[in-house]
Structures are given as structure tokens and as C-alpha cells.
Design a protein around this ligand. Structure first.
Ligand code: 26W
Length: 808
């Protein structure tokens, strides 16, 4: 674009924008609030996108390309305005125009609520996959729930987590389109009886409670292309707002109660990450979006296929994100048999051929098991189908392995009056995959060993990835510019091209610029810390960061105990030579997870003690940032020097934060777990710091009931000191962390914190040494970025296309 063209475009944009502001606010630009400025900009952007959206949909309908649908109970999409603008290629036009109008683009963007429709890794992964699919012109769509309240907002009050409702729809949401004309009815409860209709045995569902599912569609705009896919989120409503008979009888409250009971289905996201609690409402949520999504997919398919289901499984992929949508199997069977008239065998073939399944965790407490009684009464027809799936499957297995009753029993989908959703998902799909190589290996050899023996060909592995648009280009624009001016722009289309950066490893001018970018990102984070924590941190210090959900297996505790140990060292020897460090933590704890909340309290107690101790010469600082979400993450990753990825080996399926840090030049300090292993392979042993037990060692100990933590404690005075400090009042008057203490010593340290402590301290010392050699550190940092191509979600999507959906 030459400069006169650009000028023209900017003038056109400004005129349209001023118009829009008047339209949405009734005020002129000068009088308008920042909120209205945001809403006007959002609408203007939507006008552009919806035109392309309609074109994309027409194309999909005409050409009948294979469509992928991600079924997921979470989509953690983050703010969209900037991402839309950049994907439309309007970055410069908008930025410059707003500046010329005297407006603050950053403040405008901050008006957008950050939809917290997910807990963590699983939900964010879906958002990255939607972004990558659209960027690569692939028809893939999301199907989920439009929660009225997303994940709670976290406040830290007196060092403790306090939860506040996340009313993200407060000011409306400009990027969704409500489609009441595409609503469907979902049936809960009631009874099933069979009838002969026209000589065919038919199942009739009676006395059920009908709930209306209304879709809201959000466009998923591809990067610099014409593709716009859809994220469809379902909202629960009553069929009639009031139950009229009851209303007429004067039972007004009863009538309204029905409305609120119906709406409760999409009222709130369950805040559990990796912990199953078998609540009825959650089961309703799961069936709700599964049923609504599948009904619409079948309807659309027939609409553009001469009212026929022929070829369905060649054209439709139903990809289920963990087991929460595992009822896709039985529900698709129900639709095919009861509504489309297929017999069992044909319906089964179509079902298995269209469904694929990704597992995201091996923690036993996260595996979903629904009581038979609950399933039977809430979803009687689905239960019948699950029973029959299981009967046919177990019969096959018994025939195949007649002498191995014990293992056959273990494969049964229904066991001890519980329905094992992972088993259902495996049996009803043609593919199951783990999310990193180690994770997939553990699935094959441990978690789903029996199934692997029956269906070896179904098992795959696709390592997770993250979108470089959001987590590099948009959140680290200075790095983007520096890369463009040095290695060209090809990397934006193919992240493997970042390898060209290796040519600059010994270029002092580049290195200086590179370090300047990191420093300015650290200054931005330091400003955030000043504003929110009222604490001054030194941007020249090492920014050592652990941000993720708080969970025992992720071992924020190990990080915290090391800080405490370092504090003790400095107290003993104030002249200890270390590079000054700022330890930064953020993350939410599930509201009912007491232990995790105690960890937050502990970190804040340590922070208070360390930050107020003048004798430390500001060599260490500790920060807990409240309310970790996608928007905050975008400020954090670009500012990191050290990426803490220290889960007990074998427990973190993949991790994706590790990739976001790496892409922004942080050095991983990690265990050989999840995708850390692949990061280590990609960068080589000199560009990562690893430590600790391997997953084999962990499982060896576990086989024999764990290890004896007391032995380690007794031998190590350093450990004794930090352990005592948990309970002796060091951390503040009345602050006692007895239950953390007990978990480590009395309950035998389930996650090997003390076992790995020494190795971790050594690794931290190595980090210190490396950082103090600036040349070395800069090279390591650049090397990490150069090898991050493999961790783009574009690569992951290509793997899925090739291995699982068989599109290319
Ligand atoms: C039923 C309760 C429940 C809720 C959420 C069980 C399990 C989950 C998720 C599957 C947990 C989760 O988010 N797992 C994370 O998935 C990421 C994406 O694949 C991985 O990178 C993380 O390692 C994994 O913990």
C-alpha cells in the first residue's frame, strides 16, 4: 500500500468510526466515553468480519469440504478486538487513525471483557486450535457452552484468595450473534418406552423436561486470509418464559423457578481444573451442548446433502476435547437410530468413524465416572444406549480373550455402578491421542493399557501447540518488529522459519536490540506490578516466573520453598553473590481446593516477609499477581527470563505455558515432564535447565507406596530449617502452615517435593550462573525462540489433519 492509499484508507476509517460512535452512544466523539469508543470500534470490526463470514459459510456449504467440530466444555478465547484487527490486516490503519483522533488505543482495548470460559490448559488449547485452523484455511469450528459467568475473578485479600463472580456480559458482548432461529430442544428426565410404529420398534421419550438451547456464534477470523470459522456457544433458556398453568394458578414463584432452573444449565463454569466432582448440573451441562451441537450438525449436513446422511462420516469429524463431551458417542447413536432410522450396526460404524478423542490428563482424581443411577434418571435413552454399547463391546472382548476375566472386567465401560467416561470415549471413537510424547506413552502403557492391547491402531500422539499470533506477534510487538527487520517475515506464515535467528547468535548489534526488547517488556510488567501490588521491582533483575493453575502436582510449593531457602542463605550471608531475582507467581486455586489455597497464602506470606526485609539489599523480591487470565498472561510471557515448569514427572500431560514462555525467549527451568521433554530435545541440553526424578523413577516409587520423606528431612539441615519455618511463626504472627508441613512429612510427600528439593536448588544455582554471563544467556534465549517453530499450534493442527482427521 503506498502512502496516499493509506491516507485514503485512514480517512475512510476515521469517518466510519466517528459515525459509529454517534450511532452507538448518541454522543459526538469528544463527548464519548472510552466504553463507547470500544463498542463502536468493535462493531466496526464486526461489520468487516461478518461480510467475510457469510462468504466462508457459503463456500463451505457449496463445496462440502470436510468439517471439523471441536466439542469442548471450555473455550478460553481471551480478548478478541486486537486479534481481529491484526488478522484483518488493519493494525496500522487503526493504530494510526486512533492516534490521529487523539484516542488511547490501549485504554480502548482494556474495555473489552476477557471471557473466562475455561479453567486453564484445556480451554486455552481449544482457542489456539481454532486460531490456527482459521489461519490455515481449514474448516474447523468450536461447539461449547455460553456460560453467563465464566471462571471467578480472583482477588487477594490479606494474602488469601477471594472469589468474585465474573460477570463478563455486563456491558453486552459485541462479537457474538444470537441465532434464536437455530435453537433446539434438549430433553431431560422422563421415561422411555418402545412401540411398534409401521412395523419398526421405536423408542418414545415421554414426560421429559424440555430445555431450549439457543446458539450464539462468535466468528473465528483467520490471519490475513478470507476464512472465518465459527465458535458456537449454547445458552439454556425455557421454552416459554413462564410456566403458564402454574402462573395462572397464582403460583408465580414456582413459575419463575422453572425458568431459573432451566437457565441454571448455562449459568456458570465449574471452576475445577483436574478434579472431578459428580454434580448433576455438570452432567446436564455435558449433555446439553453435546445434544444441541450434534443436532445442528446433522441438520446442516442433510440440508446441503439432499436431505440424506450418506457420506456423513467422510465429511464430518467430531473431535471431543477430553471426556466432558464423551456422550457424543451415545447421542450420535440416538440421533442416527431414533431420528434417522438407521440400524445399530450402520449407526455404530458412522459414529466411530466420525468421532476422535483427545485425553488431557492422567490424574486419577480427574477421570470422570458418573453414577449409573444419575445417568439413568437424567438421560434414560442415553443410558440404554451406553448399556448396549458396553454389552456388545464386552461380548467382543470375552470372545477374544475368553480366559482373562479379570482384565475383561477392567475394560467394562460400566463398573461398580459407575460409567467410565474415558472408556466410553475410547470405545466410541476411531482415534485417541495424548498431548505430548511422554503423555501418550503413559496412556498406552499405564492409564489405558488394556484398551491399547485391544485397539493399538487407535492410539496416537499429537504434541500441543500455541498460537504465535496471540502469544508472540500481538503480545510482543517489539520482538515481532525486530524479527521482521532481521530475518524477514516468512516466519509469520511458518514458525519453523524462526531458525534463521540462529544466524544472529554472535551478532552483538542484534543482541543489544534483542535485550532492549526484553527489558522494555520487563518494564511493562514492572509497571503492572507497581500498579497492582504497590511494589517496586527492578527490571534488571531476573524475572523468574511460575504462572498456571495452583495444584499440588504443579509444585508451586517447591518454588516457594526454594525462595524461603534462598532467603535463609541471604540472611546468613548478606554478601552472597547472586544475580538479583524477582520471583513472580500467579494462578487461581479451585474454590474448594483447600491445599491449593494454602499454597497461595504461603507464597503471599513469604512475599511479605522477603519484600519488607531491608537487610536483603533487594536481592530477591516475591510477587503474587492476582487474577491470572489470558490478558494478564499476554503481559507476563514476553517479560520472562526463567520459565518455571516443575511438575512431578509424569503428571503434567503437556503444559502449554512452557511453549508460550519459550516463544518469548524465556529459559525453561523444568522437570522431564510433558512437553518440557520435547522442548529440551528441540533446543538441546545447553539451552534448558532440567532437574529431578524422571517419570519412570516416580512410577517406580509409586509402585511401592512412595518414598520415605522423613529420611530426606533427617539428613538435611537446610530442609529442616525451611520446614520449621512453615510452623514456627517465622512467616507472620498466627500464620501456621501445619497442613502443608504434614503433607510433606506425615503424608509422605505425594508429589516428591522434598525428594526433588536438592536437585532443584542445584538447578537454580545453574540458572544464576548462566544469567550472570550475559552473552551466554542472550544466546540461550535466542536459541529458544529459534526452535519454537515446533510448538506453534499450526504444526499441531497439521498433525491432526494428517494423522487423525485424514484431511491431507
Ligand atoms: C472433571 C474435572 C476436570 C476438569 C478439567 C478434569 C480434567 C480437566 C482438564 C482435562 C484438565 C486440563 O486442563 N488439562 C491440561 O490440558 C492441557 C492441554 O492439553 C495440558 O497442556 C496440561 O498439561 C493439562 O493439565
Amino acid at each position: 500500500m503506498n502512502s496516499s492509499e493509506k491516507k485514503k484508507q485512514k480517512e475512510a476509517f476515521k469517518a466510519a468510526y466517528i459515525n459509529k460512535i454517534e450511532e452507538v452512544s448518541g454522543d459526538c466523539l469528544a463527548e464519548s466515553s472510552v466504553l463507547k469508543q470500544y463498542q463502536a470500534l468493535a462493531e466496526l470490526v464486526m461489520d468487516d468480519i461478518t461480510t467475510q463470514w457469510a462468504k466462508s459459510n457459503t463456500k463451505y456449504n457449496k463445496h462440502q469440504n470436510k468439517q471439523v467440530y471441536f466439542f469442548s466444555i471450555e473455550f478460553l478465547i481471551g480478548r478478541l478486538l486486537k486479534s481481529y484487527i491484526n488478522n484483518l490486516g488493519l493494525e496500522d490503519i487503526v493504530t494510526e487513525s486512533l492516534k490521529e483522533l487523539g484516542l488511547d488505543f490501549t485504554a480502548i482495548q482494556e474495555q473489552e471483557s476477557d471471557p473466562g470460559l475455561g479453567n486453564g490448559g484445556l480451554g486455552r488449547l481449544m482457542a489456539c486450535y481454532l486460531d490456527s485452523s482459521a489461519a490455515m484455511d481449514m474448516p474447523a469450528h468450536g461447539n461449547g457452552i455460553r456460560y453467563k459467568y465464566g471462571l471467578f475473578e480472583q482477588r487477594i485479600i490479606n494474602g488469601e484468595q477471594v472469589e468474585v463472580a465474573d460477570n463478563w456480559l455486563r456491558n453486552g458482548y459485541p462479537f457474538e450473534i444470537r441465532k434464536p432461529d437455530k435453537a433446539v430442544i434438549i430433553k431431560f428426565g422422563g421415561t422411555i418406552h418402545s412401540e411398534k410404529i409401521n412395523g419398526n420398534l421405536t423408542f418414545v421419550h415421554e414426560n421429559y423436561e424440555p430445555i431450549l438451547a439457543v446458539p450464539y456464534d462468535i466468528p473465528v477470523k483467520g490471519y490475513h486470509n478470507e476464512t472465518v470459522n465459527s465458535l458456537r456457544l449454547w445458552s439454556a433458556e425455557t421454552l416459554e418464559d413462564f410456566d403458564l398453568p402454574k402462573f395462572n394458578q397464582g403460583q408465580f414463584l414456582d413459575a419463575v423457578r422453572h425458568k431459573s432452573e432451566a437457565e441454571s444449565i448455562s449459568q456458570i463454569l465449574y471452576p475445577n481444573d483436574n478434579g472431578f466432582d459428580g454434580k448433576l448440573l455438570r452432567l446436564k451441562q455435558e449433555y446439553f451442548f453435546v445434544c444441541a451441537g450434534l443436532k445442528r450438525i446433522v441438520r446442516r449436513y442433510k440440508q446441503f446433502n439432499n436431505n440424506s446422511m450418506d457420506g456423513f462420516s467422510q465429511k464430518i469429524c467430531i473431535h471431543i476435547n477430553d471426556t466432558h463431551p464423551a456422550m457424543c458417542g451415545p447421542e450420535l447413536m440416538r440421533i442416527l437410530m431414533d431420528e434417522e432410522g438407521f440400524g445399530w450396526d450402520d449407526a455404530w460404524k458412522m459414529t466411530v468413524e466420525s468421532i476422535s478423542f483427545t485425553n488431557h490428563t492422567v490424574l486419577p482424581e480427574a477421570l470422570e465416572k458418573w453414577p449409573v443411577s444419575m445417568m439413568k434418571s437424567l438421560l434414560p435413552r442415553i443410558y440404554m444406549i451406553i448399556e448396549e454399547i458396553n454389552q456388545r463391546f464386552t461380548q467382543e472382548i470375552y470372545a477374544k480373550y475368553p480366559h482373562d476375566m479379570e482384565r475383561n472386567y477392567g475394560l467394562s465401560i460400566i463398573n461398580n455402578d459407575q460409567i467410565h467416561m474415558a472408556s466410553l470415549a475410547i470405545v466410541a471413537s476411531h482415534s485417541i491421542n495424548g498431548v505430548a510424547e511422554l503423555h501418550s506413552k503413559i496412556l498406552r502403557e499405564e492409564t489405558f493399557k488394556g484398551f491399547y492391547q485391544v485397539f493399538p491402531e487407535r492410539f496416537h500422539s499429537v504434541t500441543n501447540g500455541v498460537t504465535p499470533r496471540r502469544f508472540l506477534m500481538n503480545s510482543n510487538p517489539d520482538l515481532k518488529d525486530l524479527l521482521n527487520e532481521s530475518i524477514g517475515t516468512q516466519w509469520q506464515g511458518n514458525l519453523f522459519e524462526l531458525k534463521r535467528l540462529l544466524n544472529y547468535l554472535n551478532d552483538p548489534i542484534f543482541s543489544d536490540k534483542f535485550n532492549a526488547v526484553k527489558l522494555s517488556n520487563k518494564i511493562r510488567l514492572a509497571e503492572h506490578i507497581k500498579k497492582h501490588n504497590n511494589l517496586i521491582v527492578d527490571p534488571a533483575s531476573v524475572f523468574d516466573i511460575q504462572v498456571k493453575r495452583i495444584h499440588a502436582y504443579k509444585r508451586q510449593l517447591l518454588d516457594a520453598l526454594h525462595v524461603l531457602y534462598l532467603y535463609n542463605q541471604l540472611k546468613e550471608n548478606p554478601h552472597l553473590e547472586i544475580a538479583p531475582r524477582t520471583f513472580i507467581f500467579a494462578g487461581k486455586a479451585a474454590p474448594g481446593y483447600y491445599y491449593a489455597k494454602q499454597i497461595i497464602r504461603l507464597i503471599n506470606a513469604i512475599a511479605k516477609m522477603v519484600n519488607s526485609d531491608k537487610t536483603l539489599n533487594e536481592k530477591i523480591r516475591v510477587v503474587f499477581l492476582e487474577n491470572f487470565n489470558v490478558s494478564l498472561a499476554e503481559i507476563i510471557y514476553p517479560a520472562a527470563n526463567v520459565s518455571e515448569q516443575i511438575s512431578t514427572a509424569g503428571k503434567e500431560a503437556s503444559g502449554t505455558g512452557n511453549m508460550k514462555f519459550m516463544m518469548n525467549g524465556a529459559i525453561t527451568l523444568g522437570t522431564m515432564d510433558g512437553a518440557n521433554i520435547e522442548i529440551a530435545e528441540a533446543v538441546g541440553p545447553t539451552n534448558i535447565v532440567t532437574f529431578g526424578l524422571s517419570s519412570d523413577e516416580v512410577s517406580q516409587y509409586e509402585k511401592y507406596g512412595g518414598y520415605r520423606s522423613i529420611d530426606i528431612y533427617e539428613k538435611d539441615p537446610r530442609i529442616q530449617q525451611v520446614m520449621h519455618q512453615l510452623i514456627d511463626g517465622t512467616l507472620g504472627f498466627g500464620l501456621n502452615f501445619q497442613n502443608i508441613y504434614d503433607s510433606l512429612l506425615l503424608h509422605n510427600d505425594t508429589y516428591f517435593v522434598l525428594k526433588d528439593f536438592n536437585a532443584y536448588v542445584d538447578a537454580q544455582n545453574r540458572v544464576d550462573q548462566l544469567y550472570r554471563n550475559e552473552r551466554t544467556w542472550t544466546k540461550m534465549s535466542m536459541t529458544n525462540i529459534a526452535h519454537s517453530g515446533m510448538f506453534s499450534s499450526d504444526r499441531s493442527i497439521l498433525d491432526y489433519q494428517r494423522e487423525i482427521w485424514k484431511i491431507i
